[in-house]
Design a protein around this ligand. Structure first.
Ligand code: MLT
Length: 323
């Protein structure tokens, strides 16, 4: 019994603290890794319990703060089932020699398709049309939309999602402008897109779509100064991170008809339960669901779990995030 106790004690333990596809738990347990799925821990409970675990798997809801990491006496690895790691204190994780990994590419197509869905819905007033048609209003005359073919789109960021969305836009007949440092190095491979700086894009684009990381200090890329440079009918789409566009300034610009509208999936504070953008005309909102497709959620859960298995069983580090 002493041996069993010893084996039990040394068994690797992983906490899954955000909702994700059950395949992650299945892969881990079938590799003899002990798993707890607890998606309702508050900060104090997580701080209290985290020292029991060797690994932590999250999506965007769990905030892995300095305090949490410092309480995590046995933690070796944090896995993000998704791309963004802005909810993890990477500096403290590095100090504590805790590996951070994500699942790049796993939800790329889902996010690009949601961006397209937002753009089409906003351009054709789909959400308004749906609500009024359900009410029997037949508001045909009030629901004239715009086409996207022939329009100019500014894509900010050229990672996996930016690249996939640019490809979709190109096929649909939009002129694609890209704002990205990394794009400059590879632009010869993409002669169909133009490389631009932000102020050129602000002035030329009919649509601006965000696909970049947030600034480290959380400062916005678009605030009133930038909004003032945009075309009067321009649309902003944000499926990247909330703090890239100042919500208060966006709100003022929409109210003053300085731009045509916005479609927003990500917010400065999430969950967004009270927000300046709520109820505004020509503003389409979704609750951070760009990556929430059955397909993508299976892929990211599978990726993160397999990466954990490789780490705990074979000492292999895959998709490590370095800032
Ligand atoms: C990501 O960074 O991958 C997204 O925020 C996806 C998610 O909702 O987890």
């Amino acid at each position: 019994s002493g041996l069993i106790w010893k084996q039990k004690k040394s068994m690797t333990k992983v906490l899954i603290s955000d909702a994700m596809d059950g395949i992650a738990e299945k892969i881990l347990t079938s590799n003899k890794i002990d798993v707890d799925v607890k998606t309702d821990f508050n900060i104090e409970e997580l701080k209290d319990k985290i020292s029991e675990y060797d690994g932590l798997i999250i999506r965007s809801a769990t905030k892995v703060t300095k305090e949490i990491i410092e309480s995590a006496k046995n933690l070796k690895i944090i896995g993000r089932a998704g791309a963004g790691v802005d909810n993890i204190d990477l500096v403290t994780a590095k100090e504590k020699k805790i590996i951070v990994m994500n699942t790049p590419g796993g939800n790329t197509n889902a996010t690009a398709e949601h961006t397209l869905a937002l753009l089409m819905s906003l351009s054709r007033k789909i959400s308004k049309a749906d609500v009024s048609t359900h009410k029997g209003e037949w508001a045909k005359k009030k629901l004239k939309g715009n086409e996207i073919k022939g329009k100019t789109i500014g894509i900010i960021g050229f990672g996996n999602v930016g690249r996939r969305f640019a490809e979709i836009c190109q096929v649909l007949g939009l002129k694609v402008l890209v704002v990205s440092k990394s794009f400059t190095a590879v632009k010869d491979q993409y002669p169909e897109y133009s490389s631009c700086d932000l102020s050129e894009v602000l002035q030329q684009a009919d649509i601006i779509s965000f696909h970049c990381k947030p600034n480290i200090d959380g400062s916005s890329v678009i605030a009133s100064k930038e909004l003032n440079l945009m075309k009067k009918a321009a649309l902003i789409i944000n499926t990247a991170r909330g703090n890239l566009v100042s919500e208060v300034d966006l709100c003022d610009a929409i109210k003053a008809n300085k731009i045509g509208g916005a479609a927003i999936d990500v917010f400065e504070t999430e969950p967004a339960t009270n927000n300046a953008l709520f109820g505004l005309e020509n503003v389409l909102l979704t609750p951070h669901i760009a990556a929430s497709t059955s397909e993508a959620q299976i892929i990211v859960a599978e990726m993160v779990a397999n990466q954990f298995v490789e780490y705990f069983l074979n000492n292999k580090v895959i998709n490590e995030v370095t800032w």
